[in-house]
Design a protein around this ligand. Structure first.
Ligand code: ZN
Length: 239
């Protein structure tokens, strides 16, 4: 089992040392005993970066959890099983994902509070992110209001806290419609709780910033209808 070094609240670490536990030459991936690389999931893309060892270096292009393993897919040479390696994540890309993911929490909460709409899905990217809300039917005025309220939370520079919490407690504390708890496999307990001050709490395995002030200005750039009751809202961060 790979130790996840960014859990529960070490999301600003950029480099780490690890030992290679498995190498698959055919599929071009390696498994480490510990990692800082975020595996794709929860609407957040995988981290990129480099892995170096005594006489080699390779680029990590994708990270996936498959068959219970966290697989680092690389383009280039592979080290050998047992090698000591040094990993370095592409911090610029990861930090953008952290900001976007935190912005997603804020927008999801704001929309739930004002319109009672749940987050049916979300996809974070470094440049532009989206959330699907249901049931929802926003007009221009609504979008303006959502944007304003999200920016108010950002400007207040509210601290986040991330910690492991017994599943039962977090399920109780999470507001109805905030996130789909049924999508988190039953055996995962404790869950990682992400709290934005006292305004939002929800279970999340992604990466986030430590304070909302880091996000800069949020701008909603597009709204699209994705079916009878589903609205897709796209946003960017200006900073
Ligand atoms: Zn999250």
């Amino acid at each position: 089992m790979t130790e996840i070094l960014y859990y529960p609240d070490n999301e600003y670490l950029k480099e780490f040392d690890a030992t290679v536990e498995k190498v698959d030459e055919e599929d071009g991936y390696l498994v480490l005993d510990r990692t800082l690389f975020y595996k794709q999931g929860g609407g957040q893309p995988a981290d990129h970066g480099t892995i170096t060892w005594s006489d080699g270096e390779t680029e990590v292009e994708d990270v996936q959890k498959e068959h219970g393993e966290i697989r680092h897919y690389v383009d280039g040479d592979l080290p050998e099983k047992g090698d000591e390696v040094h990993g370095r994540i592409d911090w610029d890309r990861r930090y953008r994902h952290m900001k976007m993911h935190t912005a997603q929490h804020i927008v999801s909460k704001v929309v739930l509070d004002i319109y009672g709409a749940s987050t049916a899905g979300n996809q974070v990217h470094a440049d532009r992110s989206r959330i699907d809300f249901e049931p929802a039917n926003f007009d221009e005025q609504d979008l303006k209001k959502i944007q304003e309220e999200a920016n108010r939370v950002i400007e207040e520079d509210i601290e986040l806290s991330k910690s492991e919490v017994p599943r039962e407690d977090l399920e109780e504390e999470t507001e109805d419609g905030r996130t789909n708890l049924d999508l988190i496999p039953d055996h995962i307990d404790p869950l990682r709780a992400v709290e934005i001050g006292d305004i939002d709490i929800c279970p999340c395995g992604g990466t986030h910033v430590d304070s909302t002030g880091e996000l800069g200005q949020l701008e909603i750039v597009e709204r699209r209808s994705k079916g009878a009751d589903v609205e897709r809202v796209e946003f960017v961060l200006q900073n």
